[in-house]
Structure formats: structure tokens, C-alpha cells
Design a protein around this ligand. Structure first.
Ligand code: SAM
Ligand code: GLN
Length: 299
């Protein structure tokens, strides 16, 4: 009696079909990545061994991955890692999975700071999650020091692991608490950077199940219109920046007019600008703390 031989190629095709039927976004890619993980190889390793059959224990492990993915668990949580800024970061369900859009935020920060690469910049990140932004900036700016905060102690533990993994732990201080609370005033940061929760609460139901059902709500929920974080942070941000220092925040599509309105209420900020992500939408808001000489009230 002929039995199905589960070769690498047969399994990729089978999983691809199953994922497609569920309407998942990247069925073939997910199938390959999960199979490569099962076999401790990479996707090229699969391509060069299409006819290789799996051992029973490998098949069991792969089926478990497929079962989890069919329940819409994100691939990054199944693997426990996600590449960001070319760094394979550790991620757990306690942290937001770093997004490609957030690389735009890192790139904009480096445009401001990198011209003086060897300088000992002082950076604050609010809501560091996996540590993606802070670790990327610390690896790019070898003399910079970073203060990274989060409300979630479990997220901070993941950020610490990533800082250690990429050799920047001694330049990143991890602090637990709400917004600026754990930070000292007058620290005079050159840059404050944040990817805050900015999804309007009403949009939660329509999010992809991967995001809605698996990612931490506290990382995504921006309140009624998504702008709660901006309303709390922007009035105070100048107290933590040095004159001429920058505030950079990731934002959601179409939030630019409202963010500008909130920012303009802070008389100590200027140079407002937005930067587009690779999809062409405004993704990063920028503001600068005025130099004393720029201030209207200066006599
Ligand atoms: N920086 C990471 C990234 O870009 O991938 C995570 C960003 S996630 C959108 C927002 C993070 O901010 C979460 O880790 C969340 O726990 C944290 N957070 C939310 N509200 C906060 C608050 N009021 N103070 C400090 N951190 C906060
Ligand atoms: N870009 C994320 C998403 O659309 C949102 C991240 C955030 O709120 N900062 O799922």
C-alpha cells in the first residue's frame, strides 16, 4: 500500500494550501519559515533538500507549529524572534512585534544624530517594548547612552535580553514607569523617541486577528481617537529636551492634523515636520525644542 511520503516540498505545499484556505496574508512564506525552524535550517536549506523526507519527531514539531499558526498566532511569537534593523530580536507575547514602519522612525532619528556619529548623545525612548528602537540606535551610535522606559516590567525584561544580546546593555538604562515619571527632569536629552500606542479604540475589532488576539493591548490602544499618548506627552516634552533637541514619534495614517494641533499648544516647540514611511504615508512626527534665542518672549 503506497503511503504519502512527507518530503520537504510536499509539506510546504500542504501547509501553503491550508494557510491559503484560511485567507492568511503570506501562506507560502509562513509555511517555509516554520518548516525551516522545525529543521533548524533556513529557507535556502529547504530549497536544496526538497526531496528529503521528515523524521517522525520533525513531523510532530512541524504540525504543532501549523496548528498554532492556524489559530492566527503570529509567526514571530512562534519563532520567538523578529528581525528589526537587521537585528534578530527576541520577542515574546509580552511585547509588540517590531514593525518595518518603525525602521522609518530609526532612520529619521539617525538623520538627525548620525552626522555627529562619535558624539555622546543622550537619548530617551518612551515605551521601549522589545527594545527594538533603543537597541538599533545604540548599535548605530557607539558613544550614545539611552534611557528606555516601559509600563510593562515583562517588556523591560525582553528589552534587557535584547540589549545584552547585541552588546549594548551597558549603554541602555531600563526604567519602569508611566511616561516621564521614571525620568529625571533637566536630563537634557538630545532626542526623545517613541512608538506609542496609537490605534483608535474603535478600530480594534477590525484589526487582523494576529494583532487583535495576540499582541499586548497596552502597546496598541491609543484611546478613543488614538491620540491619548500625544495629548499626555507633548505638553511636557520640552522639560526633558536640551534646547535644540528633537522629539520623534511614530504615528498612524491620517493623524497629522490633530498631532500638529496638540503640538502647537506647546510654545517651546517648533520645526514641526512629518516623514513618510515606505508606503508613502506620514509615519513619523518631528518637533524640536526651541533654542532660547528663538523664544518669542526673549528680551
Ligand atoms: N518600542 C517598541 C517598538 O517600536 O516595537 C514597542 C512599541 S509599542 C507600540 C508601545 C509600548 O509602550 C509598549 O511596550 C507599552 O507597554 C508601552 N507603553 C504604553 N503606555 C505607556 C506609558 N504610559 N508609559 C510607558 N510606556 C507605555
Ligand atoms: N503599526 C501597528 C499596527 O498597525 C500599531 C503600532 C502602534 O500602535 N504603535 O498594528
Amino acid at each position: 500500500m503506497p503511503q504519502t511520503v512527507w518530503t520537504i516540498l510536499a509539506l510546504i505545499r500542504w501547509a501553503d494550501e491550508r494557510f491559503k484556505k484560511e485567507g492568511m496574508a503570506t501562506p507560502r512564506l509562513d509555511a517555509e519559515v516554520l518548516l525551516a525552524e522545525t529543521l533548524a535550517t533556513d529557507r535556502v536549506g529547504l530549497y536544496t533538500h526538497f526531496d528529503q523526507p521528515l523524521q517522525p519527531d520533525e513531523l510532530t514539531r512541524f504540525k504543532e507549529f501549523i496548528r498554532r499558526r492556524l489559530r492566527r498566532e503570529p509567526v514571530a511569537y512562534i519563532l520567538g524572534r523578529k528581525e528589526f534593523w537587521s537585528l534578530p530580536l527576541r520577542v515574546t507575547p509580552e511585547v509588540l512585534i517590531p514593525r518595518p514602519e518603525t525602521e522609518t522612525l530609526v532612520a529619521e532619528a539617525l538623520k538627525i544624530l548620525a552626522p555627529a556619529e562619535g558624539k555622546d548623545f543622550h537619548i530617551l525612548e518612551i515605551g521601549t517594548g522589545s527594545g527594538a528602537i533603543s537597541v538599533a540606535l545604540a548599535t548605530e551610535l557607539p558613544a550614545a547612552t539611552v534611557v528606555a522606559t516601559d509600563l510593562s516590567p515583562k517588556a523591560l525584561a525582553v528589552a534587557e535580553e535584547n540589549a545584552l544580546r547585541f552588546g549594548v546593555r551597558e549603554r541602555i538604562r531600563l526604567l519602569h514607569g508611566d511616561l516621564f515619571r521614571p525620568v529625571e527632569k533637566g536630563d537634557g536629552f538630545d532626542l526623545i523617541v517613541t512608538n506609542p500606542p496609537y490605534i483608535p479604540r474603535g478600530q480594534f475589532a477590525s484589526l487582523m486577528p494576529e494583532v487583535r488576539d495576540y499582541e499586548p493591548k497596552a502597546a496598541l490602544d491609543g484611546g478613543k481617537d488614538g491620540l491619548d499618548f500625544f495629548r499626555r506627552v507633548l505638553p511636557a516634552v520640552d522639560e526633558y529636551l536640551r534646547p535644540g533637541g528633537w522629539f520623534l514619534a511614530e504615528m498612524g495614517a491620517g493623524q497629522d492634523p490633530q498631532i500638529l494641533k496638540i503640538a502647537e499648544k506647546n510654545a517651546d516647540l517648533d520645526s514641526f515636520a512629518f516623514a513618510r514611511d515606505l508606503g508613502g504615508i506620514y509615519r513619523v512626527f518631528k518637533a524640536r525644542k526651541k533654542y532660547q534665542l528663538d523664544a518669542d518672549e526673549h528680551g
